[in-house]
Design a protein around this ligand. Structure first.
Ligand code: DPM
Length: 359
């Protein structure tokens, strides 16, 4: 593959820029990438888009629990290498799979409007009509998310939890074709994108299970120096989603949490007030620190159009959105993390990490 950015000519001799989009090869990743490509094509009918599918290390070791892999970059490293070598110009990710600190040279150039960020229950067909509350004692729930297991153990002590790995297709198969699991927990957003909304029997309310940082939002990763591409994708930023996710990511970053720790959030935007609830859990959910803070996120300046002023907030570049509003969102996440740290969050997370490593 050539490392040069390419162009070609149409029938009238007009030069068309070819934009290459990198993606993982899973069905969900392809659907997500296709939806972003469709949006770009609509906004810029003159560009030509090419989608480049890649297998990542994370895809090759799908049997290992995500919490055991620990390092999130297993799913993103190959894609970032391709970005760095100019083999692709942008990469589409689920925001929740992107670390809160990106490797130098990369930035998130767009955070798209969030789907339903909550988790959902998918029941084994033989349990149709049941809820987590009414499932029999010791029913086995499949999830490899420490965050989901910790919260649900706390709230539904009559249930048991077991790891389930693989992509969404594999998991649904493991649920339906065996008797191992009474139900599994998945992000509502992923199920919806796959066209499996009809399998959702229950959407989990924040009281039952708060979502992961960035869950339900798509992100576009680009080269931080590529002003043209940054400008092109920046129109896809969704302001409310962006500010909520900046607060969530700042919270996680300040806690020094990755995807291998039980950290959960809930955010809301109401009348220019951004509300962030965040919590950390012990693995069995018996310990929990949870609090809510809020801040005003008014657009009190004229957004800077100057692409040279590339300010990032937790890895995200959004020149067209009010900088003070982004600062406030980031500060909110840091403040809430510091509040929980002052109450002992670090100790809870350290023990959770040690126990998980020893599993
Ligand atoms: C991360 C987690 C999971 C994914 C951990 C968590 C779930 C792992 C599991 C960081 N990434 O949520 O606590 O259940 O074993 C992932 C999914 C989506 C993006 C699938 C899902 C789709 C939804 C979205 C895997 N990453 O969570 O059901 O765009 O947010």
């Amino acid at each position: 593959m050539s490392g040069e950015s390419t162009s070609c000519q149409d029938d009238n001799g007009k030069v068309i820029r070819v934009i290459r989009i990198g993606t993982r090869k899973s069905q969900l990743a392809r659907i997500q990438t296709d939806s972003v490509a469709a949006k770009l094509k609509e906004l810029y009918p003159d560009i030509q888009l090419e989608i480049v599918g890649m297998t990542t290390t994370g895809d090759r070791i799908l049997d290992t629990a995500l919490s055991k892999i620990g390092e999130k970059s297993l799913f993103t490293k190959e894609l970032e290498n391709a970005l760095e070598k100019n083999e692709v110009d942008l990469v589409v990710h689920s925001l929740k799979d992107l670390p809160t600190t990106l490797p130098p040279g990369f930035t998130i150039g767009a955070v798209l409007k969030r789907e339903n960020p909550h988790d959902a229950i998918v029941l084994h067909p033989q349990n149709a009509g049941k809820t987590l509350d009414t499932l029999p004692q010791n029913s086995v729930i499949g999830t490899s998310s420490l965050r989901r297991a910790a919260q649900l153990k706390r709230r539904f002590p009559h249930l048991d939890f077991k790891d389930i790995r693989g992509n969404l297709n594999t998991r649904l198969k493991k649920l339906d074709e065996k008797e191992d699991f009474a139900a599994i927990v998945l992000a509502a957003a992923g199920l919806k994108r796959m066209g499996w909304e009809d399998r959702i029997s229950q959407i989990l309310e924040p009281e039952d299970c708060m979502y992961a940082v960035g869950q339900g939002a798509l992100a576009i990763e680009v080269r931080a120096v590529d002003a043209d591409i940054l400008e092109m994708v920046s129109v896809l930023h969704h302001r409310d989603t962006l500010l909520r996710c900046i607060a969530e990511r700042a919270f996680l970053r300040s806690l020094e949490g990755g995807c291998s720790v039980p950290v959960a959030v809930n955010t809301e935007m109401k009348d220019s007030q951004l509300y962030l609830t965040g919590a950390v859990y012990s693995l069995d959910g018996s310990d929990r620190l949870k609090d809510t803070m809020q801040t005003s996120v008014m657009d009190c300046d004229k957004p800077s159009e100057d692409a040279d002023e590339l300010v990032q907030h937790v890895g995200i570049t959004a020149c067209k959105v009010s900088n003070p509003a982004q600062d406030s969102a980031e500060r909110l996440g840091m403040d809430l993390a510091n509040l929980l740290l002052s109450k002992g969050a670090k100790e809870i997370l350290t023990v959770a990490r040690q126990l998980n490593d020893a599993r």
